[in-house]
Design a protein around this ligand. Structure first.
Ligand code: HPA
Length: 275
């Protein structure tokens, strides 16, 4: 499987490389639920629908558009995924993380990841932004199986999953732009169910600040091949005090993410500009 898998990665990379006239993107960006707006801010866009890219899955999740968008952001050439692939959609981890390895072959120097997440830290409010400083993985590890030695080692270090220098830059920029930033731990479960109150409470107890269904697989695969990662969660629901009539609802999550998208765009653009 892994020889074929590497062929798939190469074919996808070569297809994209042709489309972007062999330019080397400075950063890859993966945009989560309701956060695709950042892609609209990219200048001189080259839009490549996932359906055209060999071996890319299709984005079926709500609020995910399904385009790879290349162009300039913050004065640098970037490739952005407007929508990602989730494990809960039924894709294997190989499909979920293939784009990260494709971006590695394209030559990215940084990976930016974003997601919508439930806040289990009681200080967090809907619309807040949390820079991810660490994660807890409760999904299957995407590196299970034969190691792809050409990408990285069998037992990758995970002591610095999110790049400290980039986090510092983001904090400085946020302060300058008046954006309030939390810094916390993101916990990834498989979904697609939202958590029970007992599960949210358990996740808080074990050290999570925010909970979601994505991102960690891509981060693990990026760190396997030593790509520095910057991650941000947009808090779309307060997962600690439930009113009697409260229900978690996907549409509310998308709406909350959309309304915070501008802050995220400003922050990510600022960080890319100053790197
Ligand atoms: N749990 C899991 N995933 C999520 C949540 C949540 O509360 N909110 C947005 N994505």
């Amino acid at each position: 499987m892994s020889k074929e898998y590497i062929e798939m990665i190469r074919e996808a990379a070569s297809f994209i490389s042709d489309k972007i006239e062999r330019r080397v993107p400075f950063a890859g960006i993966i945009l989560g639920s309701g956060l695709g707006d950042l892609a609209e801010k990219i200048d001189n866009k080259i839009i490549i629908p996932y359906s055209e890219i060999p071996h890319f899955a299709l984005s079926t999740a709500m609020g995910h558009k399904g385009n790879l968008i290349a162009g300039e952001l913050g004065g640098k050439f970037v490739v952005a995924m407007q929508g990602r692939f989730h494990y809960y959609e039924g894709y294997g981890m190989d499909k979920v993380t293939l784009p990260v390895r494709v971006m590695k072959l394209l030559g990215i120097s940084y990976l930016f990841v974003s997601n919508a997440a439930g806040g289990v830290n009681k200080e967090y409010r809907v619309g807040d932004i949390m820079v991810i400083k660490d994660h807890i993985n409760l999904m299957p590890n995407p590196l299970i199986g034969k190691n792809l030695d050409q990408f990285g080692p069998r037992f990758p270090d995970m002591t610095r999953p999110y790049d400290l220098a980039v986090i510092n830059i983001a904090e400085t920029i946020a302060q300058k732009m008046g954006i309030k930033l939390h810094k916390g731990v993101y916990l990834a479960g498989t979904g697609p169910t939202y958590e029970t109150p007992a599960e949210y409470s358990f996740f808080r107890t074990i050290g999570a600040d925010a909970v979601g269904m994505s991102t960690v697989p891509e981060v693990i695969v990026a760190r396997h091949s030593s790509i520095p990662v910057f991650g941000v969660s947009v808090i779309t629901n307060e997962a600690f005090a439930f009113a009697d009539d409260f229900v978690n609802d996907g549409d509310d999550v998308i709406e909350a993410a959309n309304s915070a998208a501008q802050k995220l765009t400003t922050l990510v653009t600022g960080v890319i500009e100053s790197l």
